[in-house]
Write a protein that binds this ligand. Structure first.
Ligand code: FES
Ligand code: FES
Length: 152
């Protein structure tokens, strides 16, 4: 039995300890905002916050999560997340949307640790989030816009 917190709610899972967090979130909790892309930590579609840091849920076995605090896209809140959401909407960033939960999680994580990222900072942090629709230019601009909003 694994007990942890998902989006502020205590949950217990009686699952194979090697089950990836991604599948426990989607199949047990029906939190389908976190997407499956590659399954091997290469695309970023499955990114969640684990104890406040972006983490690839497809390669995170639930056996490592006793007592952990996980936040999915459905449970995100706070100034950085709000600014990112607003900027994403303002620029109409998504195309098909497949990668966008993961992009938003990584962008929010970036702004929480770097309030005024440069293009290079953005490219470095976001390099692990792949977009098959190639929305990278709008993603980068949206992160700059969100940083400006946060600056006030
Ligand atoms: S599905 Fe996890 S990084 Fe691609
Ligand atoms: S919006 Fe389609 S994969 Fe990124």
């Amino acid at each position: 039995m694994i007990t942890l917190t998902i989006n502020g709610k205590d949950v217990s899972w009686d699952l194979d300890p090697e089950t990836p967090l991604l599948w426990a979130l989607r199949d047990q909790e029906h939190l389908t905002g976190t997407k499956f892309g590659c399954g091997i930590a290469q695309c970023g579609a499955c990114t969640v916050m684990l104890n406040g840091m972006p983490r690839r849920s497809c390669v995170t076995p639930i056996s490592t999560l006793e007592g952990a605090d996980v936040t999915t896209i459905e449970g995100m809140e706070g100034a950085e997340f709000d600014a990112v959401q607003q900027a994403w909407q303002g620029l109409d960033v998504p195309q098909c949307g497949w990668c966008q939960s993961g992009q938003i999680m990584s962008a929010t994580g970036l702004l929480q640790f770097n309030a005024a990222p440069s293009d290079d900072d953005i490219d470095n942090v976001m390099a692990g989030n792949v977009c098959r629709c190639a929305t990278y230019v709008r993603i980068r601009q949206a992160i700059h816009d969100a940083a400006k909003t946060l600056e006030g």
